[in-house]
Ligand binder design. Structure first.
Ligand SMILES: C[S@@+](CC[C@H](N)C(=O)[O-])C[C@H]1O[C@@H](n2cnc3c(N)ncnc32)[C@H](O)[C@@H]1O
Length: 389
């Protein structure tokens, strides 16, 4: 088998370019950014590396093939023609999932069973098996995704979604997905030597992702991936990727990251999550209402996902909070402020038009990411004055 594979890093709507940047930063040049995904060709070692390192992608899928399919016959024959045996071993377990959008073949259960049958036939011939396939071995989740009559056949290399870093032992009511939290941090120009605050930190996701970024810790370091058990990826390739992540981590990088929330139970949860992420006491957590936040340093970054005020009876309180935040931050022009909210009146309430806005989805909620760039620093940040609490 050639050592080259085509990988698809799937991305939430609006995050494709950021995932693309991450893929490039891993050293893969040959990339295409499409709706909801980044496609790139790479050596097989990109499977462990992409899974370990991509902070903002949802999953990494291996492209087995794509073709036009307007009839079940076409779907069957083209699926059977693909080199499944290079990836799926004799006893591999391979459930088939599917989706179909704007296509002649719209019955997803039928497409799934046709693809399953075609792969079974191919594997039996190629692996020389007369009876049924045992499917007791490694797990390969095959997906048939048909869009405008083009079928894309992939195998998921990640297992559970990449947002599952393995550190979330607890959560509040509306936790941010880790992949989105990492994107919020990456959109900023924050560097690890600058103060970083989330005054509505909830279970701590944004602050934890910032700390992982700040110390260059691979987000997937504490979890497992479906493709770890695949025989076509030599164990050494996985070992090297984990070793690379270990070597790249900069545990000595000092950080000034603070998370606060009005709810003491959430602060406890945030603390536990950070512990689980291996960050120990690196992040300072504090139970505090936002209105008590007073930045004491210059050139900090406030990155937050406050309540949106969508619930009955919550709106006025939230609007007052946004006004308050604007008033506090007006006295600290060197700070950069980044707020994710669905409240369309945010800029007015905050009292200032954003330097930049970006549309993002928080789950199914349409939000804007309001970005206020701080005044350019005149001098290096003073790190000796103590923190903002
Ligand atoms: C949308 S949640 C943040 C979720 C967080 N990003 C996470 O991943 O878990 C908003 C948070 O703001 C907190 N909050 C509400 N009013 C507050 C206030 N006046 N001061 C500080 N925090 C407040 C809530 O307790 C809640 O945890």
């Amino acid at each position: 088998m050639s050592n080259k594979v085509t990988l698809i890093a799937t991305a939430a709507m609006g995050l494709e370019a950021i995932v693309g940047k991450e893929v490039k930063a891993l050293g893969y040049e040959d990339i295409q950014i499409e709706n909801g995904r980044v496609v790139f060709e790479a050596d097989v070692s990109a499977i462990p590396r992409a899974n370990l390192w991509l902070r903002t992608a949802d999953r990494v899928k291996l492209l087995v093939g794509k073709f036009k399919a307007t009839s079940f016959d076409e779907l069957f024959e083209n699926t059977k023609a693909l080199p499944w045996e290079t990836f799926i071993e004799e006893d591999g377990e391979f459930p088939v999932v599917g989706k179909s959008v704007k296509s002649k073949l719209y019955s997803v259960p039928d497409c799934q069973s046709i693809v399953k049958k075609a792969i079974v036939e191919r594997l039996k011939v190629k692996h020389g098996i007369d009876s049924w396939l045992k499917e007791t071995g490694a797990f390969y989740r095959v997906e048939v995704a048909i869009h405008k009559d083009e079928a894309l056949l992939t195998i998921d290399t990640s297992g559970s979604g990449l947002h599952k870093r393995g550190y979330r032992v607890g959560q509040g009511e509306a936790p941010l997905k880790e992949t989105l939290a990492a994107a919020l941090v990456q959109i900023t120009n924050w560097t690890p030597d600058q103060p970083f605050v989330d005054p509505f930190c909830g279970s701590g996701t944004i602050a934890i992702e910032a700390a992982l970024i700040g110390q260059n810790i691979a987000p997937g370091f504490n979890r497992e991936f479906a493709s770890e058990n695949w025989s076509f990826i030599p164990q050494k390739v996985w070992d090297d990727a984990f070793q690379e992540a270990e070597d790249a981590a900069n545990y000595d990088q000092p950080l000034q990251i603070f998370g606060s929330d009005i709810d003491p139970d959430l602060i406890e949860i945030a603390r536990k999550n950070a512990m689980e992420a291996g960050l120990g006491e690196l992040i300072t957590w504090k139970q505090m209402q936002m209105s008590d936040f007073k930045p004491k340093q210059e050139n900090g970054y406030l990155v937050s996902n406050p309540p949106y005020g969508e619930r009955m009876g919550e709106r006025e309180e939230v609007e007052e909070m946004y006004r308050n935040l604007g008033t506090i931050m007006r006295d600290h022009p060197s700070w950069s402020v980044y707020i994710l909210t669905s409240h369309e009146g945010f800029e007015k309430l905050y009292g200032k038009p954003a330097t930049k806005k970006r549309k993002l989805f928080n789950g199914f909620i349409k939000t804007d990411y309001y970005q206020y760039f701080g005044r350019k620093p005149k001098s290096k940040p003073d790190n000796g004055k103590g923190f903002g609490f």
